[in-house]
Design a protein around this ligand. Structure first.
Ligand code: PMP
Length: 459
């Protein structure tokens, strides 16, 4: 295959995240050029439906004029100022007020940052700080779940429960542990009901905390729906049962809303859809519709009181980034939240959810699909070699990636996750006819993949 000039320059200059760096030297990148609504175009002029909203983030789609204007105005007025050492600015205050207003738990303060990883990283720091302030200096262990995704900093890649994020990076760090995840298709015993399965998971968590010693366990992190780990949707009873265990042992509960936040599951937050009742949330991505990088965490009264106490002792709250509450990012985020409200994005997702979930349910009949799952406007199909036994393909056969490439050829960007799971998570502004077009393209890609699997004898 002949590479273009841009592709060759790319190969010589860039490291690409989540890419096989060796194979990439032969294929080169698809180079994207522009976007409009739910569509993007590459430099060959090929149009794609952005079926994953970039990286689960461009909720208002592309070329949203109001966001462009908000950024432009702020750039012209005050492109940078900070919130360190007693300084502030109106955009930071306004955005904190807006986040507090919609937060799914009683929120006292908001602490901004630049990304989802930074949000979870500062959660960990605050949890340790909090327990030092409370004199619980041994209470520091953090529990995450297998197949979780919470970021890639040293600490958050440790929370992440996926092999490529840890292997050969000398991770996870100490104090971070993983328990099983509520993925019924793969983790429930044959014949186990949802209720029995979630009872078992809650009991396992309880036993784990008892075994480690409740005085050593500080926090539990959970995405409402585990996104990058495979779009794992918990049964309704799961989180209330988990929450009971956490309360029993005084374990701080962080809901990682980086994907589910701002309407994705049909409520403003995934915490509400799954009745999580967290002590804090982490947000990023759709906070600014990904037009500029910004994240945040929410802080309840108890945490804030402890932080006050700790800073009385040591004099300063020693944390913050140059770009904490960056004014241009904040201006875009304020506008984004305003648009969610005035266009009733949550109502729109609720209206489209039956169509989206219904098309996923239909895909379960496809010969390649072992499991199809969806909630709101996020979902995935899991491709298997044998539907009856759920036997997976050999990872070396790259069936999921092939399906993703076939979808790309059909003009659909999706994401193949580990375990041959192909995910969709389109911009929330998608319309019903576009949802149907997206699934028509995915079905053609699945058919092409099935044809290839049969021809190559991969079963
Ligand atoms: N948490 C979740 C649930 C995520 O999905 C992601 C990113 N996919 C992150 C955290 C990390 O966010 P970022 O890539 O902005 O650091």
């Amino acid at each position: 295959m002949d590479l273009t000039n841009a592709q060759m320059r790319d190969i010589e200059t860039l490291i690409h995240p989540y890419t096989n760096l060796d194979a990439f030297r032969q294929t080169g990148p698809v180079v994207m050029e522009r976007g409009e609504g739910i569509h993007v175009w590459d430099t060959n002029g090929k149009q794609y439906i952005e079926g994953l909203a970039g990286l689960w983030c461009t909720s208002l789609g592309y070329n949203e004029k109001e966001l462009i204007e908000a950024a432009t105005q702020q750039l012209a007025t005050l492109p940078y100022t900070h919130t360190f050492a007693g300084k502030s600015h109106e955009r930071a205050i306004e955005l904190a007020e807006a986040v507090k207003e919609i937060s799914p738990h009683p929120t006292s303060k908001v602490l901004f940052c630049g990304s989802g990883s930074e949000a979870n990283d500062q959660q960990i720091k605050l949890i340790w700080y909090y327990n030092n302030a409370r004199g619980k200096t041994e209470k520091k262990k953090i529990i995450s779940r297998k197949r979780a995704y919470h970021g890639v900093t040293v600490a958050t890649a440790s929370l992440t429960g996926l092999v490529p994020n840890q292997r050969d990076f000398d991770l996870p760090i100490d104090r971070i542990h993983h328990v099983n995840c509520p993925f019924a298709y793969r983790e429930a015993e044959p014949g186990e009901t949802d209720d029995q399965f979630t009872d078992r998971l809650a009991k396992e968590l309880d036993q784990f905390i008892e075994h480690e010693g409740p005085d050593t366990v500080a926090a539990f992190f959970a995405e409402p729906i585990q996104g990058a780990g495979g779009v794992l949707i918990p049964a309704d009873g799961y989180f209330p049962k988990i929450k009971k265990v956490l309360d029993k042992h005084d374990v701080y509960f962080v809901a990682d809303e980086v994907i589910c936040g701002f309407g994705r599951t049909g409520n403003m937050f995934g915490s509400q859809t799954f009745d999580m009742q967290p002590d804090s949330i982490s947000v990023a991505k759709a906070l600014s519709s990904a037009y500029l990088p910004i994240g945040a965490i929410t802080i309840g009264d108890q945490m804030y009181e402890a932080m006050l106490e700790e800073s009385r002792k040591i004099g300063t709250f020693g944390h913050g980034y140059t770009y904490t509450a960056h004014p241009v990012c904040a201006a875009v985020a304020i506008k984004t939240l305003e648009i969610y409200k005035k266009r009733d994005i949550v109502g729109h997702v609720r209206k489209l959810a039956p169509v989206f979930e219904g098309r996923f349910a239909k895909l379960a009949d496809h010969p390649l699909v072992g499991n199809a799952r969806a909630k709101g406007l996020i979902g995935a199909v899991e491709l298997v070699a044998d539907k009856a036994t759920k036997r997976s393909f050999d990872p070396a056969q790259k069936v999921g990636i092939t399906c993703q490439m076939n979808a790309e050829a059909e003009g659909l960007l999706s994401r193949a996750l580990g375990g041959d799971i192909v995910a969709l998570c389109p911009p929330l502004i998608i319309q019903e006819d576009e949802v149907n077009e997206m699934f028509d393209r995915l079905e053609r890609a699945l058919d092409a993949t099935e044809h290839w699997v049969t021809k190559e004898g991969l079963r």
